[in-house]
Design a protein around this ligand. Sequence first.
Ligand code: ZN
Length: 132
Amino acid sequence: MDVAAGLSLLAQATGIVKNMREIDKSFDVAAIKAQMAELYSTLADVKIAFSDAREAIHERDQKIKELESKIDVITSGEACPICNEGRMKVASSRKHPQFGFAGVQERTLQCEKCSHFEKRLHDPSGVTKNNR
Ligand SMILES: [Zn+2]
């Protein structure tokens, strides 16, 4: 059950209380008892619905935390393709032998966790794009 189910059960409980008020005027004890029993069971369902909802919210919070930390990794540097946990950081950088004049660099990126490394071209103006 979820919050929506809990709210509709609460509306149901409110309706029962309303009925009981009507019965109260005629002092029908049996009818009041029956309504009381229905009220208790409805309220028990409300309790279940909201504790289920609380659990679902808790699970979602955990998931959000997980995703936030993944986003952190992705946005503050490239995620390592090997371990998927570390970030790829530039370990060294040198001028490209042919395209260095145009600002092209050869970079070595290394994972801060598993120390996997890759070579990359850093080509901010795209001068090597046609050669690939
Ligand atoms: Zn790694």
